[in-house]
Design a protein around this ligand. Structure first.
Ligand code: AHM
Ligand code: MG
Length: 355
C-alpha cells in the first residue's frame, strides 16, 4: 500500500505510526483468548463489508439507493434500500470468508446456515443489525452497523446451530459497531477493552484513532424518545425529573441528545458520558431494541469501556435468550447513571447526582 500517494490530509509520518485495523488484530492476537487465523479473518470480513456499506451510504443520493424497497421485514418495519444492501453485503462477506457457521440478521426472518462443508476450523455465529437507524438515511443523518460474535462447539450441525448460539450476551467472544457519521468508525472489543478505528477514505483503511476507550463516569447527555413520555411508568418519569435537576453543587445540567439512531446515540455517549434509554412503551411493550444484535453487543462494549447496561432489573448480558428477534428494554451508558435508573425503576433511593 502506498501511503505517500493516499491523498489523505494526515502527514504520512503520523499515518505510518498508526496501526491499521488488520495490523492491530494481527499484532494483538495474543491478547485475544479466541485468537486464531479464522477469527482474525472473520473480523476482517466484517470490516470489508463495512467499507462496501460505507461506500454505498456515501453515494446514497447519487445512486438512488435512498428510500424504501416496498417490502416489510420480519419486524413489520418498511425496509429501506440501504437496509437491503447492507444485509446483502454482510452475508456475502461472511459467506465468502467461510469462517462462519450461522448468521442472524435483523432483516431476515430466520437464521442463515452456512454450508456444512465451510472450511472453518472454528465455527462462529454472527448476529447483526446491518443498518441500524436506517430511517435516518433519507435525511442524511448518521446510521450504523452492529455485530455480535459467538463461538459454536465443534461438530454443531447447521440445523442445531441457532439453539446452541442463543446464549447470554456474557458469552459473546467479540462485538462491535460501525458508525457512518461525519467520519466512519469501526469500534470493537474482544474482551480486552474497546478500541476505535477511523476510516481514512484516501487509503481505504481503518486506523487506530481511539485506543482503549473508557466511558466517562459522569455523564453529560441523556438520550430517550420523550414523545413516548405518557407511556412511561411513573418511576421512569421520576428518574427523568431527577436527571434534569441542576447539580446542587455546580449548577450543571444534563443535556438531552436523541438522534434516533442507536449506534450514533451510543457512540456519542460512549465518548462524552451519558445514558441511552429505550424503555417498554405502549407500542413496544417489551422495548424496541433487539437483544441478540442490538442490546447484547452494545452491552458487551459498554461494560468493556467501564459502563453498564440493564433492562432496568437485570444485567443485559445475563439475559437468557429464547428467540433471534427477542426485544428488551434498554438502559445503557455511564455506570452511575444506569445504576440510578435501576434504583428508580426498582423503587429504591438513587445515590449521587446525575452529573
Ligand atoms: P432499526 O434497527 O429498525 O433502525 O430500529 C432501531 C432504532 C434505533 O436506532 C433508534 O434508537 C430507535 O430505533 C428509534 O426509535 P424511535 O423512533 O421509536 O425513537
Ligand atoms: Mg437497529
Amino acid at each position: 500500500m502506498s501511503r505517500a500517494s493516499s491523498g489523505s490530509s494526515m502527514p504520512s509520518a503520523d499515518l505510518n505510526s498508526v496501526p491499521t485495523l488488520e495490523q492491530f488484530i494481527i499484532t494483538r492476537r495474543e491478547q485475544f483468548p479466541q485468537a486464531t487465523g479464522s477469527f482474525s479473518r472473520l473480523l476482517r470480513d466484517v470490516s470489508v463489508a463495512a467499507k462496501i456499506i460505507n461506500h454505498n451510504i456515501r453515494r446514497a443520493g447519487i445512486l438512488d439507493v435512498l428510500g424504501e424497497t416496498g417490502t416489510v421485514n420480519v419486524q413489520d418495519e418498511r425496509q429501506k434500500k440501504l437496509d437491503e444492501i447492507a444485509d446483502r453485503e454482510l452475508v456475502r462477506a461472511l459467506r465468502r470468508g467461510g469462517e462462519c457457521c450461522l448468521i442472524g440478521s435483523e432483516e431476515q426472518p430466520e437464521t442463515i446456515p452456512m454450508s456444512p462443508d465451510a472450511k472453518a476450523q472454528e465455527r462462529f455465529a454472527v448476529f447483526f443489525d446491518p443498518l441500524d437507524g436506517s430511517t435516518n438515511t433519507d435525511v442524511n443523518a448518521s446510521v450504523g452497523t452492529i455485530f455480535s460474535i459467538y463461538t459454536l462447539p465443534e461438530g454443531v450441525q447447521p440445523d442445531d446451530a441457532l439453539g446452541v448460539a442463543l446464549r447470554p450476551g456474557s458469552e459473546q467472544v467479540a462485538a462491535g459497531y460501525v458508525a457512518y457519521g461525519s467520519s466512519t468508525m469501526f469500534v470493537f472489543s474482544t474482551g480486552n477493552g474497546v478500541n476505535g478505528f477511523t476510516l481514512d477514505p484516501g487509503i481505504g483503511e481503518f486506523l487506530l484513532t481511539h485506543p482503549d476507550l473508557r466511558i466517562p463516569e459522569h455523564g453529560a447527555r441523556y438520550s430517550i424518545n420523550e414523545a413516548d413520555r405518557e407511556d412511561f411508568v411513573p418511576e421512569l418519569r421520576d428518574f427523568l425529573g431527577w436527571l434534569k435537576r441542576k447539580d446542587p453543587e455546580t449548577g450543571a445540567r444534563i443535556r438531552s441528545r436523541y438522534i434516533g439512531s442507536f449506534v450514533s446515540d451510543f457512540h456519542r455517549n460512549l465518548l462524552t458520558g451519558g445514558i441511552y434509554m429505550y424503555p417498554a412503551t405502549a407500542d413496544h411493550p417489551e422495548g424496541k431494541l433487539r437483544l441478540m444484535y442490538e442490546a447484547n453487543p452494545m452491552a458487551y462494549l459498554v461494560e468493556q469501556a467501564g459502563g453498564r447496561a440493564s433492562d432496568g432489573h437485570r444485567r443485559i448480558l445475563d439475559i437468557d435468550p429464547d428467540a433471534l428477534h427477542q426485544r428488551t428494554p434498554l438502559f445503557i451508558g455511564s455506570a452511575p447513571l444506569v445504576e440510578a435508573a435501576e434504583a428508580f425503576l426498582q423503587g429504591r433511593e438513587a445515590e449521587g447526582t446525575a452529573r
